[in-house]
Write a protein that binds this ligand. Structure first.
Ligand SMILES: *[C@@H]1O[C@H](CO)[C@@H](O)[C@H](O)[C@H]1NC(C)=O
Ligand SMILES: *[C@@H]1O[C@H](CO)[C@@H](O)[C@H](O)[C@H]1NC(C)=O
Length: 342
């Protein structure tokens, strides 16, 4: 299964999200949490994928211009700078979260670890293979991340009480995860014409996320942040691949209306799932994080956020949305990434 990661195509999952949205969030260094544990995909992976493919010819996100603005070298983050999770860590007065895989067998992770992997899905690749004969281009799903998490916990806090104590002092960031379950379908040259199937498997994506959250609760987690999906209809890759002649396909911000409605549907179901988890686990704080709304702030008020064209990618090709080339050493790169939302 894991060898299928070889067939990755970066253009799929790379969504540059400048986490400046959190710069204004005055969380302070409250010292509330001793650790952060996190799960997800390229939106939050701080180096696990780069570690998995370290013996292969270098590619995104292990090549320039990734990392250029903050770290001044690629760190395995799918961004020019910090990811949202880095801003969370800094806001909570914790060091940047180390990727889990390089130290999976040895690390003590005194301030937590990040289990997220670039390209990961909520559902297992087998789900798509058996139902739709669809071989997705990545693996390392949520299932693998949770299994690795459990292995690490068993090592660093072996007794049940120790695990519970570690987790009760931790913030668990559960996602964003699930975006790739849709990206792979909507970017596939053949399957993308069928828009109904993803609507049909959406409830399975949601229940897989819900089951994962319940799993970390059962291990002892007391505070869990569950981010929703972005407005994918405003994402350059979607705008380019699903370009339409019909003006009715676009909303007033020139985003693809159907795809944004799709994301809102996912988020609505996810919020319902969070509600169910809350009533089942009344002593646990489960927080839905509105990434859709945060991203839309850039789209609605670009100039207020110092952004020129919110629907154009900083790194890519000559296409109308800055797409047409994957973001790597040979891509066209904008001069000032801070003026871009993607
Ligand atoms: C499944 O997909 C493979 C490769 O895309 C194709 O060769 C095969 O015919 C498909 N099988 C079915 C039952 O559709
Ligand atoms: C869009 O317009 C172009 C040029 O007018 C035409 O060739 C193409 O078939 C149109 N596509 C759709 C989906 O209507």
């Amino acid at each position: 299964m894991r060898s299928s990661i070889r067939h990755y195509s970066i253009s799929l999952a790379v969504i540059f999200v400048f986490a400046v949205l959190l710069l204004n969030a005055d969380l302070g260094s409250c010292g509330c949490f001793k650790r952060i544990f996190s799960f997800g995909d390229s939106i939050i992976d701080t180096g696990n994928f780069a570690y998995i493919v370290r013996n292969r010819p270098p590619g995104p996100p292990s090549v320039p211009p990734y990392g250029e603005t903050y770290f001044h070298h690629p760190t395995g983050r799918a961004s020019d700078g910090r990811l949202i999770i880095d801003f969370y860590a800094q806001a909570l007065g914790l060091p940047l979260l180390p990727p889990s895989l390089p130290e999976e067998k040895t690390g003590q992770f005194p301030t937590g670890a990040n289990f997220a992997v670039f390209g990961a899905m909520a559902l297992n690749p087998d789900y798509f293979k058996s139902r739709y004969n669809f071989s997705v281009p990545f693996s390392w799903s949520l299932h693998d991340q949770l299994a690795s998490f459990k292995k690490v916990l068993t090592r660093i806090a072996p007794r049940d009480a120790a695990t519970k104590s570690v987790l009760s002092e931790s913030l668990v960031v559960f996602g964003e995860i699930g975006g790739n379950d849709y990206n792979f379908w909507f970017f596939d040259p053949v399957r993308r014409k069928d828009r109904n199937t993803p609507l049909r498997y959406m409830p399975d994506v949601i229940s897989r996320i819900g089951a994962g959250v319940q799993k970390v609760i059962n291990l002892g987690a007391k505070t869990i942040l569950v981010p929703g999906n972005f407005p994918i209809g405003c994402v350059p890759a979607y705008l380019s691949i699903h370009k339409s002649n019909a003006s009715a396909d676009y909303d007033q911000f020139h985003c693809l209306a159907w795809f944004n409605a799709f994301s809102r549907r996912h988020n609505q179901l996810l919020k319902q799932e969070v509600g169910r988890l809350k009533s089942r686990n009344p002593s646990v704080k489960i927080i839905y994080a509105d990434y859709y709304g945060a991203f839309m702030e850039f789209v609605r008020n670009p100039s207020r956020n110092g952004i020129d064209s919110p629907l154009v990618a900083c790194c890519g090709g000559q296409g109308p949305y800055g797409t047409g080339h994957r973001c790597d050493q040979n891509a066209k790169v904008c001069r000032d990434p801070s003026r871009f939302a993607n």
